[in-house]
Design a protein around this ligand. Structure first.
Ligand SMILES: Nc1nc2c(c(=O)[nH]1)N[C@H]1C(S)=C(S)[C@@H](COP(=O)(O)OP(=O)(O)OC[C@H]3O[C@@H](n4cnc5c(=O)[nH]c(N)nc54)[C@H](O)[C@@H]3O)O[C@H]1N2
Ligand SMILES: Nc1nc2c(c(=O)[nH]1)N[C@H]1C(S)=C(S)[C@@H](COP(=O)(O)OP(=O)(O)OC[C@H]3O[C@@H](n4cnc5c(=O)[nH]c(N)nc54)[C@H](O)[C@@H]3O)O[C@H]1N2
Ligand code: SF4
Ligand SMILES: [Mo]
Length: 693
């Protein structure tokens, strides 16, 4: 036994907490230990991180390739599995064209993997059909950020700045359950005399910490933000010098806000006018203010405009582009940030370049040694890609996502996946999606390999290998290398992560997300490096926009936006709003965390959260089975009664498959800009199950 711990990071969320891994002699090869030196979490971990090593146990994970024969998945050699995939790709492309081969990636993949997956799609497959689960995550915030600031980096400042603001408005985020070590920054804010305002239809553990909690109806954040801006103007609280000196577009935005009367906003959102006024007062009298959004306001069919409305509030009050103030988004997945910068998004090339920009195509094509004209055009977004399976896209290669559980309108997506000619899934476990595949490839995870991740602050960090993978398991990079070789590209797909990273640095050089000056060595020496970092002697950029915004004229852009209803509003048949989200002990589709006994003990299964008044009308008691019915399907789960939710709204976590899967109901109405589906608002009715619980 070796006592020295390897410094690394958690496999799960975007906080990317630092942790140590010490080798053991048991079936789980490493044990998680504290790493107090890493600044973001300073040693603290949530239960998911603390128990992360359990998924490394041979019993929890895949250890051999599987191929489908006679309807059943059976163990196979790597050669057989890879040959089958290469054969299917070739056959589909020959019969239906290159765009009939699709790729679906994930925001949990390392930068190296995301980069090479995008390159594989564009260079080896020559397909435009690639997108990833990050589309379901922070795409609205990304679109809103680019629209206003010319650049999307979740937080334009390090988390350590948050306690130095005078007031933080946290909109639709529940970090007490989704990023527990982050809560320390909110507590420090309050200890420093700063105020916390939380906007959430539920009185969550996070909302309980707040100085003020606003509980709007799901899907009405846009009206709420417009109402606040209206009051800011009416009460003379705008920062005219900032507006004149550092922004454009105020006149139209001001007019749009003035059209949203506070009394109307009160009736749309259900937030009492005095609460709205109090939020404006706290925000404007604080000296400096921050607005942080998370999935609540973003996962709506108007998520981008909603983000713009919150950014407008920051700009109008001078809370952007200066120290301890500004707008930020709490990115979600481990590499949600880096995963959206290096080319697995349908319209994107590495370095946050645009696939439809001729200069970007020329730069990246030169790094890849291909003709710029050979690069495909932008493809369709994640839901549209999944919706096209079996018709336009006939063969799909999927890595780092479990859409059977996590995609909107999941029963339909599952049927589309089943209708494919061929599905290949690389995963560490046999997820619900992998179980549908024709070939399943067992890949190394997190502690078994090295790679970089970019956390919610834009800090590029290094996850170090700390354990050997079981025999028979290969890395995603080895899989891409082997497939590329079989498809006629023996070169260009390094299996060494550091080599892949060095190529990524060159591909990103000169782009918005410039990693050129970042090296594994520097990351180790500096506890991470913030992008952009264009050269080895550049210090990195913890704080963006202090001098200028990343727009052509250096000014932030207001966008005039108007409120509109959700894609599906309650009616007589479906009178209740359903919103969805997360619980502390499960992660995403649950593919990993549902395999950990400690976490299942804490969060054993799905439920529907509802107010006792609504429950009484239905005759449902706490713990009884209740059916939730929408236009898209029916689920049955136990009722959980709580006064912490609005009586017109119910909440379901989405971590479980089958008859309890929240995504049976979610509405794939897409945001026109970000193509984000409306996970946070649809219409349902509840039915008592006969015979009760
Ligand atoms: N335990 C755990 N932690 C996680 C994850 C996980 O699966 N489990 N996933 C990670 C990932 S990928 C992500 S993206 C983040 C997500 O982190 P969060 O955004 O904090 O998570 P959610 O639970 O999806 O949504 C947050 C809150 O939005 C509220 N909400 C619902 N509808 C609305 C609305 O219309 N308006 C407003 N204002 N609020 C609304 C919900 O009640 C919920 O409390 O968490 C990361 N961390
Ligand atoms: N109703 C509802 N649905 C939602 C949301 C919501 O709030 N409400 N949130 C959405 C959001 S924000 C997100 S991010 C998505 C997430 O949902 P998913 O995309 O399903 O994310 P995960 O469950 O994390 O799936 C990741 C898969 O990749 C595997 N994996 C882990 N590491 C690796 C690796 O290195 N290589 C490979 N090949 N595989 C790996 C895991 O075992 C797992 O099977 O869900 C979305 N769905
Ligand atoms: S907060 Fe996120 S990164 Fe930190 S231990 Fe928990 S899951 Fe891991
Ligand atoms: Mo996410």
């Amino acid at each position: 036994m070796n006592d020295a711990a390897t410094d690394t990071h958690c496999p799960y969320c975007a906080l990317q907490c630092g942790m140590g891994l010490r080798r053991t002699d048991g079936p789980v090869p490493v044990a998680v230990v504290e790493r107090p030196g890493f600044p973001v979490n300073r040693g603290a971990l949530c239960g998911k991180g603390a128990n992360a090593a359990a998924v490394l146990a041979p019993g929890a994970r895949l250890t051999t390739p599987l191929v489908r024969t006679g309807g059943e998945l059976r163990p196979a050699s790597w050669d057989e599995a890879l040959d089958r995939i290469a054969g299917a790709v070739t056959a589909t492309a020959a019969a239906h064209g290159r765009d009939a081969v699709g790729v679906f990636g994930g925001g949990g993949l390392t930068n190296e993997k995301a980069y090479l997956l995008g390159k594989f799609a564009r260079v080896v497959l020559g397909t435009s059909a690639i997108d990833y689960n990050g589309r379901f995550c922070m795409s609205s915030a990304a679109a809103g950020g680019i629209r206003a600031f010319g650049l999307d980096r979740g937080l334009p400042f390090p988390v350590e700045d948050i306690p130095r603001a005078g007031c933080v408005i946290l909109v639709g985020g529940n970090p007490a359950e989704t990023m527990p070590p982050f809560v320390r920054y909110l507590r420090e804010l309050q200890e420093n005399g700063g105020k916390l305002v939380v906007v959430d239809p539920r009185r969550t553990r996070t909302a309980e910490l707040a100085d003020l909690h606003l509980a709007p109806r799901p899907g009405t954040d846009l009206a709420l933000a417009l109402g606040m801006l209206h009051l800011v103007v009416a009460e003379g609280r705008t920062d005219e010098a900032f507006i004149a000196g550092r922004t454009t577009g105020w006149a139209e935005t001001r007019a749009a806000a003035m059209a949203h009367w506070p009394e109307h906003v009160e009736s749309v959102t259900g937030v009492p006018l005095p609460h709205l006024r109090e939020a404006v007062r706290l925000f404007c009298e604080a000296g400096t203010g921050m607005v942080l959004t998370a999935r609540g306001p973003e996962q709506q069919a108007k998520g981008t405009d909603t983000v713009s409305a919150w950014i407008n509030l920051c700009l109008a009050t001078g809370n952007a582009g200066r120290l301890h103030a500004g707008y930020g988004c709490l990115t979600g997945q481990g590499n949600g940030q880096g995963g959206r910068e290096h080319g697995q998004k349908a319209d994107q090339l590495p370095g946050y370049r645009k696939l439809d920009d001729p200069a970007a195509r020329a730069h990246v094509a030169a790094v890849w040694g291909v003709d710029p004209d050979a690069l495909p055009a932008p493809g369709r977004s994640a839901y549209e890609l999944l919706d096209s399976l079996g018709t336009d896209v006939r063969t799909l290669l999927l890595a780092g996502s479990n859409p059977v559980v996590s995609a909107p309108r999941s029963a339909h997506v599952t049927e589309r996946l089943r209708s494919l000619d061929f599905l290949a899934v690389s995963d560490v476990v046999l997820s619900e999606t992998a179980a549908l595949a024709d070939v399943v490839l067992p890949v190394t995870q997190w502690a078994e390999e090295t790679g970089t991740m970019t956390n919610l602050e834009g800090r590029v960090i290094l996850r170090r290998k700390a354990a050997e993978a079981p025999a028979g398991v290969r890395s995603d990079l080895e899989v891409l290398h082997a497939l590329a070789g079989r498809l006629g590209h023996g070169e260009g797909f390094p299996t060494e992560p550091e080599k892949a990273f060095d190529e990524l640095r060159r591909a990103s050089a000169g782009g918005a997300a410039d990693y050129a000056g970042i090296s594994y060595e520097r990351i180790e020496a500096e506890e991470g490096v913030f992008w952009p970092c264009p050269s080895a002697d550049h210090p990195g950029t913890p704080r963006l926009f202090l001098d200028r915004f990343a727009t052509p004229d250096g000014r932030a852009r207001f966008t005039a936006v108007h409120h509109r209803p959700a894609g599906e509003e309650p009616d007589e048949e479906y009178p209740v709003r359903l919103t969805t989200g997360r619980v502390l002990a499960q992660y995403q589709s649950g593919a990993q965390t549902r395999r950990v006994a400690e976490l299942n003990a804490a969060a054993p299964g799905a439920f529907v959260e509802l107010h006792p008044r609504l429950a009484e009308r239905l005759g449902v008691r706490d713990g009884e089975q209740v059916a939730v019915v929408s236009r898209r399907g029916r689920t049955v789960t136990p009722a959980r009664l709580t006064t912490a939710i609005r009586p017109d709204t119910v909440f379901m976590p989405f971590h479980w498959p089958g008859a309890a899967n929240a995504n049976v109901h979610t509405n794939p109405a897409l945001d026109p800009v970000s193509r984000m589906p409306e996970f946070k608002a649809c219409a349902v009715r509840l039915e008592r199950c006969e015979g009760g619980g």
